[in-house]
Design a protein around this ligand. Structure first.
Ligand SMILES: [Zn+2]
Length: 435
């Protein structure tokens, strides 16, 4: 056993002095000295996207939340990980994102051995090369160390890391530059960045999809004090950069006889037990997100099918009567109608059951910018109302030979790797069309 683990060490997460040691070489014994490690709400877990319950109350994390640099940043080798302590980090104060006001205190990494995978959370059973954790504490407590043992004390944002990027990630390069410069490669070494930078610089472009559950610190003392947010899109780094983590960070002090690289500093997944994992819905309002070369605003689309029944839908008459009166029948024509609640169209329609997936506009330019919500129950209209659409709408301008506007639908497209989500019937709630 390395001498490091015989010494009294500091917990890298809490910074508190503890009278016992722990090692990634002997994870099953953690609970002996740290009983919380045997609890029911432990982290990490395997996140199964199909089992996650969509929670429409979860808001959008926007990049702007992360764009304020801290006052200072200290990179240190803790013997367990590479960690950056933040002075005066950003604060997230949005109850749709986190249950309280949380302040960023530090971030650190978990990674693999060469030719292995080392993320802590799994995603649908897959382990990524590594994982970044940004640790925040609830500002109702004075500091990270105090908050760490409180049930509502911590919020950790987890980002998978993939080592498949064809070039160096310049933002991550800035983080590991002191390693390249041989400043923090050994235990207890540290370096202050001459220029601070924001967390926004190294986050994935798309942070709109994330998973949420209640869990713990992933190393002793394993306090069950963490509300976890795990984002689905990884941070991507190059193989060269992954190799720097794998081979240039050591758990022993500089000058020791046997140098041991820090590898596989992750905890295996823990049982979910009775916990529920929830998922952001993509679509709480219009969130904008950025792509490498252009920016666009994500759209939300809602679909309710139409079916004919032997009675009239009086709400639909507000549309069909205009057509019957000769308005908006031809290309380019429009008519202003007095505003009415969309709910008037939805008579008898049961709105509690729906499906959701990420898709596109169904007509050119077919931008893949749409969160679709498709309801199971249709809108009911009468045959005579349907006939108005079929027989009284033309695709040409008024005065020309009449061509009926028919079959204005696009055939179905391949699902490819996408998942279609549905609502958990135990958590039914109403879409509200009153506005
Ligand atoms: Zn961690």
């Amino acid at each position: 056993m390395n001498a490091l683990f015989l010494a009294v060490v500091l917990s890298f997460l809490t910074g508190s002095t503890l009278g016992a040691t722990w090692s990634y070489d002997d994870i099953p014994s953690w609970a002996t000295n740290y009983p919380a490690c045997a609890g029911d709400l432990q982290s990490p877990i395997n996140i199964v996207s199909d089992d996650a319950v969509v929670d429409a109350d979860l808001g959008n994390f926007k990049h702007a939340l992360f764009d304020r640099p801290p006052q200072s940043m200290l990179l240190k080798n803790t013997g367990y990980t590479l960690q950056v302590d933040l002075t005066n980090g950003y604060i997230i104060n949005d109850s749709s994102l986190l249950p309280g006001q949380f302040k960023a205190a530090q971030f650190h990494f978990h990674w693999a051995a060469p030719n292995a995978a080392g993320s802590e959370h799994l995603f649908n059973g897959n382990q990524y090369w590594g994982e970044l954790h940004i640790v925040h504490y609830n500002t109702k407590y004075p500091d990270l160390g105090t908050a760490a043992s409180e049930p509502d004390g911590l919020a950790v944002l987890g980002f998978f890391m993939a080592d498949d990027y064809p070039q160096d990630n310049t933002a991550v390069e800035r983080i590991i530059q002191p390693l390249v410069d041989d400043q923090v490669n050994y235990y207890k070494e540290n370096a202050t960045y001459s220029a601070t930078f924001s967390m926004e610089t190294f986050l994935p472009n798309n942070i709109s999809v994330y998973y949420r559950y209640q869990g713990s610190l992933t190393n002793p003392p394993c306090y069950e004090s963490v509300v976890w947010t795990v984002f689905s899109k990884p941070i991507r780094i190059s193989r060269r950069q992954a190799n720097i983590f794998e081979t240039m960070v050591f758990e022993n002090a500089r000058g020791a006889n046997d140098t041991v690289p820090i590898n596989n500093n992750y905890r295996p997944v823990q049982p979910l037990n009775y916990r529920t994992v929830t998922r952001s819905s993509y679509c709480s309002g219009t969130g904008s997100f950025s792509m490498p070369t252009f920016h666009f605003t994500a759209l939300c689309a809602t679909v309710v099918g139409l079916i004919t029944v032997p009675f009239k839908n009086s709400g639909f008459d507000k549309i069909t009567e205009e057509l019957s009166d000769g308005n908006a029948k031809y290309e380019g024509e429009s008519v202003e109608i007095s505003p009415f609640p969309i709910n008037d169209l939805l008579q008898w329609t049961f709105l509690k059951s729906y499906y959701r997936y990420l898709g596109s506009l169904t007509t050119p330019p077919c931008y893949e910018s749409v969160t679709w919500t498709v309801f199971e129950d249709p809108i009911y209209i009468s045959r005579s109302q349907a006939r108005v659409f079929e027989e009284m709408v033309y695709e040409n301008e008024r005065g020309h030979h009449h061509e009926h506007l028919y079959n204005n639908y696009r055939p179905v497209q391949p699902l490819n790797g996408r998942t279609v989500y549905t609502i958990d019937s135990s958590r039914l709630y109403n879409f509200d069309y009153d506005d």
